[in-house]
Design a protein around this ligand. Sequence first.
Ligand SMILES: [Ca+2]
Ligand SMILES: [Ca+2]
Ligand SMILES: [Ca+2]
Ligand SMILES: [Ca+2]
Length: 310
Amino acid sequence: MEQAGALFIQQANNQFSRKEQPAFDADKLSNDADAIFFDANADGLPDLYVCSGGYGDLVANDPRLQDRLYLNDGKGNFTKSPNALPVMNTSTACVRVADANGDGRPDLFVGGRVVPGRYPETPKSFLLINDGRGKFTDQTAQLAPMLSTLGMVTDAAWVDLNTDHKPELVIVGEWMPLTVLALGSGGKLSDQTSTFFEKEYRGWWNKLLVDDLNGDGRPDLVVGNQGLNTQCRASDKEPAELIYKDFDNNGKVDPILCLYVQGKSYPHATRMNCSTNSVCFATNSPIMTVIRMRPWPMSLLKPSSKDRIN
Ligand SMILES: [Ca+2]
Ligand SMILES: [Ca+2]
Ligand SMILES: [Ca+2]
Ligand SMILES: [Ca+2]
């Protein structure tokens, strides 16, 4: 914690030396969750966008969650571009660059990871449109309203899945389906998941890798899931479920993971979610059915007509 990001420049002898960046030091209270170099202001020099993430010791809308854009002077010195980004005090996980609205200027998808203290409530994700001079406006509501309720995004990629020379946006996340959004005119995104997947693949997705694995010229996807090296097991028939509510009314959401054991779904009590007696009590009380998400499996699952029952 409180350690700034670092820039390492390679020297003629192949060694990397750290280059002082006062602008990074000034933002050391933020957790750097992801970053990307791209030319934001069209001066031919790569600039740097950094996602501010994290969960613990943060609160919802914490100013330390503001993402940052640093401009490059061409000598590897970065200065923060003030007012380049809208207010976005969201714990973000990934940033991906594409020209969404087709004006030749790079725009950004920024994936929201989590709401501090409120897991598993849905954070906002963003579509940020570049004015060409490195100033970005939040056009999520106009162009991609589904990003406000997408889920807890962990990874994403712009990739042309259908070879129409426009990138699709593939998004993965925790407790959410593999999602594909397609670009329409002016950068409007629409959900085209069912065009690319014959069923809904919900999972505890952590990572997305795009490559042409079978050499047919079409991009393939590798998506990392929770895996089997845990106590968690889930299937179409016996999905993992997450029940959540602020059971003890302390302003923080208490998520309770439920797993099937011998045909019945039980709370999977870990030391973390049973850290207070009240939460342990709540798991045994009927109130646990008040808020419920399902089917939320960690492996693959068939589509469900309703994801959330309030
Ligand atoms: Ca630049
Ligand atoms: Ca653009
Ligand atoms: Ca395409
Ligand atoms: Ca392929």
